[in-house]
Ligand binder design. Structure first.
Ligand SMILES: *Cc1c(COP(=O)(O)O)cnc(C)c1O
Length: 359
C-alpha cells in the first residue's frame, strides 16, 4: 500500500443532530456522521481506503475477532483551539504504537503516515463535531479487527482497519479531583511475555472483574501489581502511574507488561525539561508504603489520554488506608495538567512541536 492511495469519500445524506448540551456528553456515548474503513486481504495488502457514513458493520458470525480477540486499538483526541482550529496531540506516536500492537497480535502492519493522513481527513470532515467547551474534545478510536470466517486459532488473512470518532465531555466537570484507589492483590492485568504493553481487547476484558469489585467497594480504580511477585507497581486502571517520593519522581520502567502511554512519555519529557529528577525504575508497593509512613510520599497520580492527569488521594492497601497529600491535588500533578491541557488546546506555547494542526 502506498501513501499515495486515494481515499474515497461517500458523504451521508442524513447528518445527525449534534448533542446540544456538552455537559451531558460523557465519554463514548455519541458517534459522528462518518467513519474511515480500509480492508486487508492476503495477497492484496491494505486497500480500498474510504470514508463512509457511520453505521453498523456486516460481519460473519464466525469472524475471528469475535472468538479469539485478534484486535488492536488506539485512543487519541482532537481538540478545538481558541481560534476554532482542530489539532491533534502527538498522533504519530499513536500510529507507531498501533504498529507495535499489530506486531504483537500478528496483524499486518499499517503505513503509519497513510493512516495518519486518513485520520486527519476524517477529523477534517467531522470538524464541526469537535465540541466547544472547557475540557471537551473529539475522541478518536482507530482499531483493527480480524474478519476471516473461520473457527480455528490462527492469524487472520482478512482484516478491517476502522476509525470512529466520539465527541466527549470534560473529564473533570467539577474541577480536577483526587480519586481513591484499591490495591489489587488477587487479580493481575498481565505478565511479562503477555500483551500488557500493547492495546488489545483481551487486556481490558481481563481487567473488568477487578475493576468491578473495586468499584462495588467504593473505589474508582485498581492499582495493578506485577503478576509474578505481586510486589512491583505497574499501572492504575488504564493509566500509567507516577509517585513523588522525597523529591524524586518515579514511574515504573516499561519492562514488557506496562503500556507505554503517550501521556506518560510527555510527562517525563516535561518534568525533565523543568529540571525535576525523574526515574523510570521498578518501584514496589512496600517502598510507597514505607515512604508514606515516613511522610515522604508527596504525590501520586495516574496519566492517560482520557483524564490527562488523575491525582490519587487515597490508596487502600489490604486493611490500611494511605492518604496522599491530604487528598488534594499536588503541585507537580497540577503543573503537568495545566501545561499538557494548555499545549493540547493551543492555549499555551508548544515548545516541543507536539501539536499537529488539521490541514
Ligand atoms: C491507553 C493506556 C494508557 C495510557 O496511554 P496514553 O497514550 O497516555 O493514553 C495506559 N495504560 C493502559 C493500560 C492503556 O490502555
Amino acid at each position: 500500500m502506498s501513501t499515495a492511495q486515494k481515499i474515497e469519500i461517500i458523504r451521508t445524506n442524513n447528518p445527525k443532530p449534534k448533542p446540544a448540551d456538552v455537559s451531558k456528553l460523557g465519554f463514548g456515548n455519541y458517534f459522528t456522521d462518518h467513519m474511515f474503513i480500509m480492508n486487508y486481504d492476503e495477497g492484496k495488502g491494505w486497500h480500498s481506503p474510504r470514508i463512509v457514513p457511520y453505521g453498523p458493520l456486516s460481519l460473519d458470525p464466525a469472524a475471528m475477532c469475535l472468538h479469539y480477540g485478534q484486535e488492536v486499538f488506539e485512543g487519541l483526541k482532537a481538540y478545538r483551539t481558541p481560534d476554532g482550529e482542530a489539532v491533534l496531540f502527538r498522533p504519530d506516536r499513536n500510529m507507531a504504537r498501533l504498529n507495535l500492537s499489530n506486531e504483537r497480535l500478528c496483524i499486518p502492519l499499517i503505513d503509519e503516515e497513510f493512516a495518519l493522513k486518513a485520520l486527519k481527513l476524517l477529523v477534517k470532515i467531522e470538524k464541526n463535531w469537535i465540541p466547544d467547551g472547557e475540557g471537551t474534545s473529539l475522541y478518536i478510536r482507530p482499531f483493527i479487527i480480524a474478519t476471516d470466517p473461520h473457527i480455528g486459532v490462527r492469524p487472520a488473512s482478512h482484516l478491517l482497519f476502522i476509525i470512529i470518532l466520539s465527541p466527549v465531555g470534560a473529564y473533570y466537570p467539577q474541577g480536577i479531583n483526587p480519586v481513591n484507589i484499591y490495591v489489587e492483590r488477587k487479580y493481575v492485568r498481565t505478565v511479562r511475555g503477555g500483551t500488557g504493553y500493547v492495546k488489545t481487547a483481551g487486556n481490558y476484558a481481563a481487567s473488568l472483574k477487578a475493576q468491578d469489585e473495586a468499584y462495588s467497594q467504593g473505589y474508582t480504580q485498581v492499582l495493578w501489581l506485577d503478576g509474578v511477585e505481586r510486589k512491583y507497581i505497574e499501572e492504575v486502571g488504564t493509566m500509567n502511574v507516577f509517585f513523588k517520593i522525597d523529591g524524586e519522581i518515579i514511574t515504573p520502567a516499561l519492562q514488557g507488561s506496562i503500556l507505554g502511554g503517550i501521556t506518560r512519555m510527555s510527562c517525563i519529557e516535561l518534568l525533565r525539561h523543568w529540571g525535576y529528577r525523574v526515574s523510570e525504575r521498578p518501584i514496589t508497593l512496600d517502598e510507597v508504603e514505607k515512604a508514606a509512613e515516613r511522610g515522604l510520599l508527596e504525590e501520586a497520580f495516574g496519566t492517560g489520554t482520557a483524564a490527562v492527569i488523575s491525582p490519587i488521594g487515597e490508596l487502600k492497601v489490604d486493611d490500611r488506608n494511605i492518604v496522599i497529600n491530604d487528598n488534594k491535588i499536588g503541585e507537580v500533578a497540577r503543573r503537568l495538567y495545566d501545561t499538557l491541557t494548555g499545549i493540547q488546546t493551543c492555549r499555551i506555547d508548544d515548545p516541543f512541536g507536539w501539536v499537529v494542526k488539521i490541514d
